[in-house]
Design a protein around this ligand. Structure first.
Ligand code: ATP
Length: 235
């Protein structure tokens, strides 16, 4: 069943037209990836779904309800959570304080219980709850950003380039964690420049180029298609 659907969305930054009739679907509990080069429009697609940069035309629906013009707070209450690019943590706050911010605005009674669940994915964060977030390694900060996004108990995670700048062993660890989160029933739209990884863990993929979806299909098929890789994904 389709959980989220973007239908022919067009998004602008002021006069600059960035997304052209972008359509995509994410099934409940699915793991879908959106890949493409720098500047192709990946982050803008996530921002349009979340309501940070709403589309000027087209529609976004979540569980059949129109959220095209919903604010980020409203989309968050409907079960969508965005993990932005670039580890946006509060450096002077502790890990635990950062995590608590993830449930702001949500009616979650048992915040400590929610944290215990999330620490199952991120044992390092549990050990470091009282550490100032700014003193952690880049990889740990990335884990914290994802953990915080889970605190609102989302049905759909929009994840923007989580592996950027991480060393290979951490990329592997992160990929396992994202896979486990999805196995536990959270749908995901994963934006990546690392196409190999993204197509490896996802069920279905979309390729975006110059603000347009150029190809889509089961990830296995996209991964096997050298021509597509050469045309849209080569660095
Ligand atoms: P990257 O991998 O570099 O993050 P991306 O595929 O996520 O790229 P976007 O960040 O969505 O691409 O950018 C798409 C286009 O929109 C680019 O041409 C970019 O310059 C432009 N753009 C992005 N953010 C803004 C903004 N705040 N104001 C104006 N133009 C923007």
């Amino acid at each position: 069943m389709t959980m989220l659907e973007a239908d022919e969305i067009n998004t602008y930054y002021d006069k600059s037209h960035v997304l052209y009739n972008v359509s995509l679907e994410i099934p409940a509990e699915g793991l879908v990836t959106l890949i493409g080069r720098n500047g192709a429009g990946k982050t803008t697609t996530l921002r349009s779904i979340m309501g940070i940069q709403p589309p000027r035309s087209g529609t976004v629906t979540m569980n059949g309800e129109d959220i095209t013009d919903a604010s980020p707070h409203e989309t968050s209450l409907r079960g969508i959570s965005i993990i932005p690019e670039g580890r946006r943590i509060f450096a002077d706050l502790t890990v635990r304080e950062n995590l608590r911010l993830g449930h702001l605005g949500h009616d979650i009674e048992d915040i400590d219980g929610a944290m215990v669940d999330i620490f199952e994915y991120f044992p390092r964060l549990e050990e470091r709850q009282q550490q100032r977030a700014g003193t952690m390694s880049g990889g740990e900060q990335q884990m914290l950003t994802i953990a915080r996004g889970l605190l609102s108990d989302p049905d759909l995670l929009l994840v923007d380039e989580p592996t950027e700048g991480l060393m290979p062993s951490l990329v592997e660890r992160l990929r396992d964690i994202l896979g486990r989160i999805n196995d536990d029933g959270v749908a995901m739209l994963l934006v990546e420049q690392n196409a190999e990884l993204a197509l490896d863990i996802s069920d279905y993929g979309y390729i975006i180029d110059e603000g347009r979806i150029r190809e889509s299909g089961p990830s296995e098929e996209l991964r096997a298609d050298e021509e597509i890789k050469d045309r849209y994904l080569a660095v």
